[in-house]
Design a protein around this ligand. Structure first.
Ligand code: DAH
Length: 344
């Protein structure tokens, strides 16, 4: 019996030495030490031994069991260490890798210029008004003193929805809406930024949709000098303190007198360059003293109040400010173009 125990021990240790995974280890444990295992099997023969030999065999059996268990425990521990090490290796995170920078959006250059224009006028005490992009013929033309035969009212130039409803061709109809909303109160000082629509073929300087900012001041004793002072202030805030403005007589049905305002070219300081086509001046807006009939349509008495109005294209201001030569860049959504304005 002693020999069988020693033989079993030798066999068990040999096979354990070769076991290369925890599953195999468990198999061997069951095989040798389990309830129906080899050791139990051998010890079942104890009954047939003379009583004086039994303690000796019992001691050897315990030794064999302890030896096998020790090897199993040791190998078990090693497998666990190896597994932990392998997992740590596989799950390593390199905390020194630089992160992936998220892509950050930016305000569109047109909206940036619009906001800048808004800020300048808000600083001069103006309020921001809004009006609908789908307008009636009355607000877009009639109330602005634009006669029935005026070329702007032509199907060629205006997007009509019905005979009476159209896409506004300028922000000027908001003048009438703002005056009516004010209910005769003075002073009225508003600007209105927004989209306008014209039946133009798109090219470097035309777009069927573009943006304008309208301005309107109504009150007792508002004079042309107020208008020019305001516009000079605006031009300097927008293009730099060194610029100046000039006005040229012009005609718009809703103002009398009407004018166009040029700003001295910020690029060449008025010397003449490619930007200003050698003239030293850049046209930036139309303006004038509000026509008495327009004041009446707005609910004001032209004998009591006067006013001035102006309108400018946001695209045009942005082109001049940033030296861009094609308005289509504003609508193309090309991130390479847009990104340049992100940090300005
Ligand atoms: N509405 C004109 C246009 O679209 C611009 C304009 C000119 C607006 C003179 C005005 C103004 O308020 O007084 O061309």
């Amino acid at each position: 019996m002693k020999e069988r125990l020693e033989a079993m021990k030798a066999e068990a240790l040999g096979r354990l030495a070769e076991a290369s995974d925890p599953g195999r280890l468990n198999e061997l444990r069951v095989h040798y030490l389990g309830k129906k295992g080899q050791l139990t099997e051998i010890l079942r023969g104890m009954g047939s031994l003379p009583p004086e030999e039994r303690p000796e065999i019992g001691r050897i059996a315990n030794e064999v069991r302890a030896a096998i268990e020790a090897v199993i425990a040791e190998k078990q521990a090693r497998f666990e260490r190896e597994e932990t090490a392998a997992r740590l290796e596989a799950e390593t995170i390199d905390v020194t890798l630089p992160g992936r920078a998220p892509r950050i959006g930016a305000v569109h250059p047109l909206m940036k210029v619009q906001q800048e224009i808004e800020d300048i006028f808000l600083g001069m005490g103006y309020a921001i008004a809004e009006g609908p992009e789908v307008e009636t013929d009355f607000f877009n033309f009639e109330a602005l003193n634009i006669p029935k035969n005026h070329p702007a009212r032509d199907m060629q130039d205006t997007f009509y929805i019905t005979d009476e409803i159209l896409l506004r061709t300028h922000t000027s109809p908001v003048q009438i809406r703002a005056m009516r909303a004010a209910g005769g109160r003075t002073p009225l000082k508003i600007i209105c930024p927004g989209k306008v629509f014209r039946r133009d073929d798109d090219d470097a300087t035309h777009s069927f949709m573009f943006h304008q900012v309208e301005g309107l001041v109504v009150g007792p004793n508002i004079r042309m000098s107020d208008m020019l002072g305001t516009l000079l202030q605006f031009a300097r805030a927008m293009f730099g303190p060194q610029v100046t403005i000039r006005q040229r007589p012009s005609f718009f049905p809703f103002v009398e007198p009407g004018a166009e305002v040029d700003v001295s070219c910020a690029q060449c300081g008025g010397e003449g360059c490619r930007m200003c086509k050698g003239t030293g001046w850049l046209e930036i807006l139309g303006c004038g003293m509000v026509h008495p009939r327009v004041l009446e349509h707005g609910g004001y008495d032209p004998k009591e109040v006067t006013g001035f109005a102006f309108g400018m294209g946001i695209e045009r201001i942005a082109l001049l400010k940033y030296g861009i030569d094609d308005i289509r860049l504003f609508y193309g959504g090309d991130v390479r173009f847009l990104r340049q304005f992100a940090k300005m």
